[in-house]
Ligand binder design. Structure first.
Ligand code: URA
Length: 238
């Protein structure tokens, strides 16, 4: 038997304090009846647990926002090099987390770490149309021709076809925001290399509804807020 607040908070979707609020607001149903208190104990097996009518699995899902630093691999393990999981405490390293989408070793910025494979899949599937925005600095000066080439959808030298993408030039001629709807290997670097403007610095700022928290320094992470998780849930259903 486990406490109700532990079971619900263990999903990674709400803090214990949020669980308390949900219960107080009558939004939690246990076997069809409103839960009365966070301390109530239940056996997980066969438990029909719902929040706002939607079933909640008792499995612990975690959703973490990481500010990936440069020099760390977007992988779960590597015999020689440091991976993003090495930035987490031991109990989270054991939770089966993986990065939902990869950033190159030298790319910084927003990375979602989760053990929710279904959610990760819906976030990464091109059919979900989840835009990702990157800040980029190149060697050389970006121009209208680069914007037009991105917007038209580039075909790379090896024949790889890229979907139309956004390139919004910033004040400095060597800086821009790039919006991609897909994530092919080294995509931005390859697109800009082909334009003769090699990438010098790359940082992911957003992924669908998620925005890199400016309070996170490179290497730091935090759980997604309930609002961010709800925004991801909407993608799952899309
Ligand atoms: N495009 C790249 O070239 N590298 C990344 O890490 C992400 C997008």
């Amino acid at each position: 038997m486990e406490r109700l607040d532990k079971i619900l908070a263990g999903t990674g979707r709400w803090s214990r304090r949020e669980v308390k609020e949900l219960i107080r607001a009558g939004r939690v149903l246990v076997n069809g009846l409103p839960a009365r208190a966070p301390e109530e104990k239940y056996d997980r097996s066969g438990l029909d647990l719902r929040v706002d009518g939607a079933p909640v699995s008792g499995e612990a899902f975690y959703y973490l926002m990481l500010h990936k630093p440069s020099g760390v691999l977007s992988a779960t393990e590597d015999p020689r090099q440091k991976t993003v999981l090495d930035l987490l405490p031991a109990h989270l390293r054991r939770a089966g987390l993986f990065p939902a989408g990869r950033l190159d070793k030298d790319t910084e910025g927003l990375l979602l770490l989760t053990n929710d494979g279904v959610l990760a899949h819906s976030l990464l599937s091109p059919r979900s149309h989840v835009d990702k925005i990157y800040f980029v600095r190149v060697e050389g000066a970006l121009d209208q021709g680069d914007e037009a080439a991105f917007a038209a959808g580039m075909i790379l030298e090896d024949g790889l076809e890229c979907l139309p993408a956004g390139l919004e030039r910033l004040e400095r001629p060597d800086e821009a925001l790039v919006t991609l709807r897909e994530g092919k290997y080294h995509q931005i670097k390859r697109m800009l290399e082909q334009r003769g403007k090699p990438v010098r610095y790359l940082k992911r700022l957003t992924m669908g509804p998620l925005q890199l928290d400016s309070a996170l320094n490179p290497g730091e992470w935090r759980p997604l807020t309930a609002r961010e998780q709800a925004a991801l849930e909407r993608l799952r259903r899309a």
